[in-house]
Design a protein around this ligand. Structure first.
Ligand SMILES: Nc1ncnc2c1ncn2[C@@H]1O[C@H](COP(=O)(O)OP(=O)(O)OP(=O)(O)O)[C@@H](O)[C@H]1O
Ligand SMILES: [Mg+2]
Length: 262
């Protein structure tokens, strides 16, 4: 956790500005007038009980919900002041800028090397020298290089789960995103592997803006600078992590963090 007192209204640049965001799956409203801002190179955590809309909100930030049939959205999601839902948005480029790591590691059934270079090849990078350099840089940044550098031709599926998750981070870093969305990235991992991913997140935030969904309140308290508490599709409270966990201003937040919810 950062030691400096932080508030969503304090200094620093906002990357995302989300206002009055509603999302419907058919007739069902999963997000209700959500307001949130996401600060550059900080970790923002979304917490709240199952089904409250955390993953839905995360998916709004790189338009992954577009892929779900029957979704409808109202309100604004600005990235660096630009409305990402505007008709002129290049969605492929948006998803490159705002990448995602999922709950279960999802490496492709390919070699480690080919996993990391996958997005680059799709983007037309074919120089072996360039790819080699990016593979090393990305695996180093994901703290995996020293572990796997001698077996880049092995299948990614042979790796233990936490290394698979770090490989997925490396695959993302290879295409140079600006924002990293993580939807419960540690939920399939044991406590030691979880700690490694948390350390990695703290390292990555020097260069990247990170938004993490987590069920683990200790994790949110340990790694994040800002926290949003959601309930039934609403953003009940959003603020500096220390404030949310030590002096929440909403009774509902207090009930949740003290375990009185439900
Ligand atoms: N594809 C979908 N179609 C219809 N309803 C959906 C869809 N995805 C999610 N929902 C509903 O939207 C609400 C929010 O779901 P979401 O997955 O965003 O919650 P969550 O906070 O991420 O939950 P969890 O902690 O269990 O992952 C839930 O009521 C869920 O049933
Ligand atoms: Mg979810």
């Amino acid at each position: 956790m950062s030691s400096a007192p932080l508030s969503p209204d304090g200094p620093g640049r906002n990357r995302f500005e989300i206002s009055k965001l509603d999302l419907f799956y058919g007739d069902f409203q999963a997000l209700k007038s959500v307001e949130m801002s996401v600060r550059d190179r900080m970790i923002t955590a979304l917490i709240g009980p199952s089904g409250c809309g955390k993953s839905t909100l995360l998916r709004c930030l790189n338009r992954m919900n577009d892929l779900i049939h029957g979704t409808r959205i109202q309100g604004k999601v600005l990235l660096d002041g630009q409305d990402i839902y505007h008709a002129s948005t290049d969605v492929t480029n948006l998803r490159k800028r705002v990448g995602m790591v999922f709950q279960r590691p999802n490496p492709f059934p390919l070699s480690l090397y080919n996993n990391v270079v996958y997005g680059l090849r799709v983007a037309g990078v074919h120089s072996r020298k360039e790819l080699d350099e990016i593979v090393e840089r990305s695996l180093r940044a994901a703290w995996l290089w020293d572990v796997v550098s001698d077996r880049l031709d092995h299948s990614a599926l042979e790796l233990p789960l936490d290394q698979q998750q770090r490989l997925c981070v490396a695959r993302l870093l290879a295409v140079q995103p600006e924002v990293i969305l993580m939807d419960e990235p540690c939920s399939a991992l044991d406590p030691i592997a979880t700690m490694k991913i948390e350390e990695l997140m703290l390292e990555l935030k020097k260069e990247y803006t990170i938004i993490i969904v987590t069920h683990n309140m200790q994790q949110a308290a340990r790694v994040s600078d800002f926290t949003g508490y959601m309930l039934l599709g609403e953003m009940i409270e959003f603020g500096g992590t220390k404030d949310i966990f030590t002096r929440p201003s909403n009774k509902l937040t207090d009930d949740y963090i003290t375990g009185k919810y439900g």
